[in-house]
Design a binder for this molecule. Sequence first.
Ligand code: MN
Length: 234
Amino acid sequence: MKSQVSRREFVKQGFKATAAVAVGTTMNHAASFYSISFSQVALPYSYAALEPAIDAQTMEIHYSRHHAAYVKNVNEAIATEQIAAAGEADFFANVSRWSPKARNNGGGAWNHNFFWQVMAPPGAGGQPVGKIADALRGAFGGYDTFKEQFTQAALTRFGSGWAWLVVDRGALKIGSTPNQDNPLMDVSDLKGTPLLALDVWEHAYYLKYQNKRNEYVANWWSLVNWNEVAKRLP
Ligand code: MN
């Protein structure tokens, strides 16, 4: 573990791409390009902090093996394919140009960084209040209806994927994506700025819940960090 200060700084910076301008080494090489790399944000809580909804062993495997592998593999793909992007948004907006390895692992790297940050230990978030509560009421009629529709999106995503709440040109929308796709990708049917995400891959719940995705989703609501969700509302 790093010190608290550097961990906090890392979390704060976690979403921003490490974009660096590399200038040609010879004088007549005027072109510059942007390289990008992904990194894994520090977990803002301990592996056990999300119990009982998500058990410590699931969190440890999910973060230190699954997520770490996505980050390692996307960076490998970026290097091999010499992918140039001005930042994460640009990387995903052009993802149809990259390999499946870059798309799947880039999505995996980004989606999990997002997922860890919109959760908090049970009771920390409670129910949405203020502008996010107003926005949910405006779009869905109320928190309960929103919760029901988001739950449906999570339960009806066949196989592996994610459920999302996004804002698209001012409108809140619920949807889901397959595999590690996300709403920032040019290939995604669901588009917008993510506000909330739920991982419904079996690796996210199978140890504790086995095939009962519905129980995992029902218990997950106690972990939603509404302050973090509200921060992402434009
Ligand atoms: Mn996952």
